[in-house]
Design a protein around this ligand. Structure first.
Ligand code: ZN
Length: 446
């Protein structure tokens, strides 16, 4: 620790081996050692003693729609990364759609990186997109540093990012398997959606019936088959249907390379409580019944689900019309994910260590971010300082999201983020942002 420039000290530091009192030494943006709480602070190093507040690794959110450039009235790199920093997130990976251009060619990736470069408060990387006709772009995108490829099996909601038909999906899986890349999938089967009743209107039960569990289950079954046949890595985005869990668990036991994420809204909001016309609760797949939610928590506890990420997918308030059939589907939660999940986790007897596993270590592993996701020597000095026993009430005015539409307004939550640190620099304190020190990260360099 002789070369340390900074020492962060807490009676509760969450490390891969558990929570303990410790002093974390930092030099040149990296953790150099995790030492006893009373370790001597070297001359010239600055001590930051956070007392009994918890020091946890900065969260990694691998599912964020930043929409910049092109739909920056929905969100943008400056506002999204500010919200993330205020919420304890130090790394995000941007989804390839809803921005113009979408991240479907290397040229488009460069456009997005240029826009993000000067605006990022936190480390920012990119997923590529697999759409009809761009199979030839996948390997170049992989080599240019995207973390993997997103595709849809049913319409995405924006015309510049069409879904893959079955044969196109198989061609993408085969191509990506060739360089051992990762395919991440919005798994809803279009045939089930087409045959479900599409009644529209303000009644949530009609919307729920329009996106049945069977659509997810069958799409995931197809993915498992493809992953088996090609030996490729696939990842199920935003799992809502708990009916698919046994099939996923079986596939994993057989050695199929499939991982799964779910989202704060599926874990904390239920179909039973969505008011009619309240389209701030609309997302696809949809928020389902309470009994479904209990099964998702069980799957987190037993390890079938690997991570919890936001799927932050904002839009302007006017697109959240009171009709579930036509309103934009997406829930904003970037800044609130940690307290939302921690509040529910503690009531279900889960620990803050579990939350760190789901929201930091898990997503870091998914994206291959070897320097993120844990407090241990050699990792980036990315931290969140959390007061887990303290509560606050969600006031949309306190959110840094560009649009403050939120399904969590008025909720009282446990867990106040005191500060956030990126590579040894404090980037947020009590919700206020400091300098933009985020870097663009790529698969090869991360
Ligand atoms: Zn999404």
């Amino acid at each position: 620790m002789a070369d340390a420039q900074l020492v962060l000290r807490s009676t509760r530091v969450i490390t891969p081996e558990g929570t303990r009192a410790a002093s974390v030494a930092v030099a040149d943006g990296r953790i150099t050692a995790v030492l006893p709480h009373d370790a001597e602070v070297p001359r010239g190093a600055r001590l930051e003693d956070v007392g009994d507040d918890v020091l946890l690794p900065g969260l990694v959110d691998t599912h964020v729609h930043v929409n910049d450039p092109g739909r920056t009235e929905w969100e943008g790199f400056y506002t999204a990364t500010a919200a993330a920093a205020a919420g304890g997130i130090t790394t995000l990976i941007d989804m390839p759609l809803n921005s113009l251009p979408p991240t479907t060619t290397v040229g488009n990736l460069r456009v997005k990186q240029e826009v993000a470069r000067s605006k990022a408060h936190i480390d920012t990387g990119f997923w590529g997109g697999a759409i009809p006709g761009n199979v030839k772009d996948l390997r170049p995108l992989h080599e240019a540093g995207v973390f993997g490829f997103k595709c849809f099996l049913s319409p995405s909601g924006v015309e510049e990012f069409p879904e893959l038909a079955a044969a196109e999906l198989e061609a993408a899986v085969a191509e990506i398997a060739g360089f051992d890349g990762l395919l991440i999938v919005h798994a809803e089967d279009p045939a089930h959606l087409a045959s479900a009743p599409q009644r529209g209107g303000g009644a949530y039960k009609h919307f729920l019936a329009s996106r049945p569990r069977a659509a997810e289950n069958d799409a995931i079954g197809l993915l498992i088959d493809l992953a088996k046949r090609y030996g490729s890595r696939v990842h199920v985005l935003h799992l809502s249907s708990s009916d698919a869990l046994p099939m996923i668990a079986d596939a994993r036991r057989e050695g199929v390379r499939i991982t799964v994420e779910t989202c704060p809204h599926f874990l904390t909001l239920t179909a039973e409580e969505v008011p009619d016309g309240a389209t701030e609760f609309k997302c696809c797949p949809p928020i389902r019944e309470r009994e479904n939610q209990d099964a998702l928590w069980q799957a987190l506890a037993d390890g079938t689900v690997d991570c919890v990420v936001s799927d932050h997918s904002p839009c302007t308030a006017d697109l959240k019309t009171p009709d579930f059939g036509t309103a934009w589907g997406g829930i904003s939660s970037l800044q609130l994910g940690l307290p939302v999940i921690w509040s529910a986790a503690r009531e279900r007897g889960q620990s803050l260590e579990d939350v760190v596993r789901w929201m930091s270590a898990g997503p870091a592993r998914l994206a291959g971010l070897e320097h993120k996701g844990a407090i241990e020597a050699g990792r980036d000095a990315d931290f969140a300082v959390l007061a887990p026993e303290e509560t606050f009430t969600v006031d949309p005015a306190g959110l840094h999201h560009r649009n403050r539409v939120t399904a969590y307004a008025g909720r009282t939550l446990h867990g106040v983020v005191r500060s956030t640190w990126l590579r040894g620099e404090r980037i947020a304190e009590h919700g206020r942002l400091t300098d933009k020190t985020g870097r663009l990260i790529e698969r090869t360099s991360a």
